[in-house]
Design a protein around this ligand. Structure first.
Ligand SMILES: Cc1cc2nc3c(=O)[nH]c(=O)nc-3n(C[C@H](O)[C@H](O)[C@H](O)COP(=O)(O)O)c2cc1C
Length: 386
């Protein structure tokens, strides 16, 4: 099938669009995915550049980098990216150059883990959070942030965004979801503060708004800023759909350029961000019902993540106008050139079986790979040997 023929079947998915001046070659996004390929101090490596280059060769509209800490005390996993130093700019520049040379665009995802970390990953730093509430998954007991520490972290987001722009990233995405620090401020479970950063929904949203403002100040009005948010935390006492809708409205008023709709935290069990069993058309795009609620209240581009697997389903959703972009994480681990495959005429759904075995591979020397594919390959080899 020619690309013209594909375009008549799925016209909207592969059309060119723009987000605050950033032209995207199609509506498909690589959702941020920790690769475990940075140095232990967070610097970009040749291995990481090669990994991202392979993705860019696959014609993805927008690649979102793996989560990148703004301060070493905010590290959430080993060998994750960090961009807390100016001398890292040339290293990350290699990554953005590689993407641009392949006609793609890349956003830098900024995060601070708050209490969702382990002491061994933040050696020399105290785990910080809005309140001293033990994390339900990591069992880390953080220290309540002082106002001075809140201001320091807000500034670190601003400075890291500046470094990102200097390194050639096309956009910034703030990681507001999945239970990390920004989410911890919004959630009444993790935020028990009684000052202006806690209590009312307006107060619990304040830290996120101030981070956004500082980043906007440093990159300017013409630089795209996206935020990944939850639609619901799906944990007892966590932030609800109404809380997140309220935040989305405030961000929209502050001219956020796009919102990526996710959901859950590591403590959400089967309602977490990367769910299993999404094989059927019906089970795909598991945050779609909530995305409809966001569409009702905000008029900003929406990116839907979570179990998105087939162009046919995406086209149906686009036709209804519920969201504007689709982002995928695990499918690109198995098929970095998935978009190219679809554009080449093979429109069958992503081969990813959403088993989550890829998570563990980011801890290994090789970095992120499809462990299921490796298992299959080993089986095939074994069969030949016998
Ligand atoms: C190995 C792995 C690493 C991930 N790392 C990140 C990350 O760095 N930042 C983030 O926002 N989400 C991260 N996620 C979540 C994904 O971006 C995405 O929200 C989730 O996997 C659902 O999309 P999918 O069904 O297409 O995989 C990660 C997921 C996986 C499987």
């Amino acid at each position: 099938m020619s690309s013209e023929e594909i375009a008549t079947i799925i016209p909207a998915l592969f059309e060119e669009t723009e987000i605050n001046g950033m032209t995207l070659r199609n509506r498909i996004v690589r959702s941020a995915t920790w690769e475990g390929l940075a140095t232990t101090e967070g610097a970009c490596t040749d291995q990481l550049v090669a990994f991202i280059s392979r993705l860019a060769e696959g014609d993805i509209g927008l690649i979102i980098s793996s989560f990148t800490y703004v301060l070493p005390g905010g590290r959430g996993l080993p060998k994750m990216s960090g961009f807390d130093r100016d001398d890292y700019v040339p290293g990350y520049r290699k990554m953005t150059d590689a993407v641009h040379a392949r006609g793609g665009k890349i956003a830098l995802q900024l995060m601070h883990a708050g209490a969702q970390t382990r002491m061994k990953w933040i050696e020399g730093h105290s785990p910080l959070a809005p309140s001293a509430v033990e994390d339900r998954t990591y069992r880390t007991v953080p220290r309540e942030m002082t106002i001075g520490e809140i201001e320091e972290i807000i500034e670190a987001f601003g400075q890291t965004a500046r470094r990102g722009a200097e390194a050639g990233f096309d956009a910034i995405e703030l990681h507001g979801a999945h239970g990390y620090l920004l989410n911890q401020f919004l959630s009444p479970y993790t935020n028990r503060r009684t000052d202006r950063y806690g209590g009312s929904l307006a107060n619990r949203s304040r830290f996120i708004s101030e981070v956004y403002h500082r980043v906007r100040e440093t990159v300017g009005p013409e630089f795209p800023i996206l935020m990944k948010i939850n639609c619901h935390d799906f944990v007892d006492g966590g932030a609800t759909l109404d809380d997140w809708l309220y935040l989305a409205q405030r961000l929209s008023e502050m001219n956020i350029d796009a919102l990526e709709i996710s959901g859950g935290t590591p403590a959400s069990g089967k309602f977490g961000p990367n769910r299993t069993g999404v094989g059927t058309m019906k089970k795909q795009a598991y945050f779609l019902p909530q995305a409809r609620e966001f569409r009702r209240v905000v008029d900003v581009p929406l990116v839907l993540v979570g179990g998105v697997r087939s162009p046919e389903r995406m086209e149906q959703i686009l036709a209804k106008g519920t969201v504007d972009y689709f982002s995928m994480s695990r499918p690109f681990v198995r098929e970095p050139h998935l978009v190219k495959r679809w554009q080449g005429g093979d429109l069958s759904k992503a081969k990813c079986i959403s088993c989550n075995l890829c998570f563990r591979t980011s801890l290994e020397e090789t970095g992120l790979t499809c462990a299921y594919e490796q298992k299959l390959a080993a089986k095939r080899k074994g069969a030949r040997v016998r």
